[in-house]
Design a binder for this molecule. Structure first.
Ligand SMILES: Cc1ncc(C[n+]2csc(CCOP(=O)(O)OP(=O)(O)O)c2C)c(N)n1
Ligand SMILES: [Mg+2]
Length: 120
């Protein structure tokens, strides 16, 4: 958890001509949001996709399946677009898989990183 963006930075630095996309849960994104400063300062143009469910969904799954109560697995949620913009990136909300495909077009030649908040 939280490794997708740092790994994407390393990959893009090692292979600058390869399009790089990091997919990171919303809690994982919150965990390493400061890495966006590295993307900005080193001008590493990766695309980050954040599926937004305002939950630690993987952790929520097991107790729910066992019909047990869940605690502390849901949170208010972060404005992903605002965070991307605050760090000098481009932020966009995408509502569907088709929308994501369309949004990818033309993003990989950019000099800035691009963060998509993918809503349910
Ligand atoms: C450093 C670290 N802390 C905690 C965990 C345990 N863990 C695995 S998945 C998860 C929740 C991830 O939530 P999110 O990033 O929002 O992804 P989602 O499951 O909601 O898609 C947690 C806490 C972990 N794998 N690594
Ligand atoms: Mg989540």
């Amino acid at each position: 958890m939280g490794v997708a963006v740092p790994l994407a930075i390393g990959y893009k630095r090692a292979a600058p001509d390869t399009p790089v996309v990091a997919v990171v849960g919303d809690a994982g994104f919150d965990m390493t949001a400061g890495d966006l400063a590295t993307l900005r300062d080193m001008q590493v143009p990766v695309v980050i996709v954040v599926p937004v469910d305002n939950a630690l969904a993987l952790i929520e799954k097991k107790p729910t399946a066992m019909q047990l109560a869940n605690h502390g697995v849901q949170f208010v949620g972060t404005d992903i677009v605002a965070v991307a913009q605050a760090y000098g990136g481009i932020g966009e909300v995408v509502e569907s898989a088709q929308g994501l495909q369309a949004a990818f077009k033309g993003r990989f030649g950019a000099r800035h990183f691009h963060g998509f908040g993918l809503s349910d």
